[in-house]
Design a protein around this ligand. Structure first.
Ligand SMILES: [Zn+2]
Ligand SMILES: [Zn+2]
Length: 252
């Protein structure tokens, strides 16, 4: 018999998420090679990913992966907003944070090796979050998630990036972030809760590479997309046909 006060395991906490996590499709015909959203047939990358690549060239991420699709207005997209909303009381935010941490923890334990392999490194020596560019008091919840809750990233956690110039929207630029620690020759895994256009994250990758890192990979919890845009609602219906599987990722 188990004690009712027994701490819940990562598997137990993350299991209910299987009801609404959405398998991210591998890149290929109709799927962007970088952000795994839908693209018109014949195109390798979507418009924002193409723009980042044109602007930054080899300074973009060596590998990008996402735990789940996060369609706008739906459960995961809502949780990714709620867990960090300052005006929501801690007692409501905390379970979201624990849940998302468990999801990220469980996913990384299987798939971080695949991200490293795709990036061309045996492993990542440092893990860092994309800092918020909006500026908020206190510790950012993403930092708490990656540095304190998720085992396996906590011991490699380093604050490497500092946002520069406030909220610069979807601007892709090498000077959006300053690197605040030595990173020469390190391989870095950048983590963010949400990927929208990728402008902020790719700008972070560029700053890290200019500072001398070897390989830079990215993992996002939610690959956000707007269900009202173009054919995205239809695309989502097709995506729902694939059952969630903790052992599969978009890099396979
Ligand atoms: Zn893309
Ligand atoms: Zn994988």
């Amino acid at each position: 018999m188990t004690s009712p006060r027994r701490a819940r395991t990562v598997v137990e906490v993350s299991d209910p998420y299987a009801n609404y996590l959405l398998q991210v499709p591998p890149s290929g015909e109709g799927i962007c090679i970088t952000c795994h959203s839908s693209v018109y047939d014949g195109y390798e990358r979507c418009l924002p990913c193409n723009r980042a690549r044109q602007k930054l060239g080899p300074l973009v991420f060596d590998a990008t992966a996402f735990v789940s699709l996060a369609p706008s207005g739906q459960q995961l997209a809502r949780e990714l907003i709620t867990y960090k909303k300052e005006e929501i009381p801690e007692k409501y935010r905390h379970p979201r944070m624990a849940g998302l941490a468990a999801v990220l923890w469980r996913w990384l334990s299987v798939h971080e090796a695949h991200v490293a392999q795709r990036a061309g490194t045996p492993g990542f020596s440092m893990v860092t979050p994309v800092p918020s560019t909006r500026g908020r008091p206190g510790e950012h919840p993403l930092k708490r998630l990656v540095s304190g809750i998720v085992a396996g990233t906590g011991d490699r956690y380093v604050d490497l990036l500092e946002a520069h110039g406030g909220d610069r929207g979807r601007e892709v630029a090498t000077d959006r972030f300053t690197i605040v620690r030595p990173v020469a020759a390190a391989s870095v895994l950048v983590i963010d809760d949400t990927w929208t256009s990728g402008a902020r994250a790719q700008s972070a990758a560029a700053a890290l590479k200019l500072a001398g890192t070897s390989k830079v990979g990215f993992v996002g919890v939610g690959r956000w997309f707007n269900t009202d845009f173009a054919d995205n609602a239809k695309w989502l219906i097709r995506r729902r046909r694939t059952r969630w599987n903790w052992d599969r990722c978009c890099l396979e």
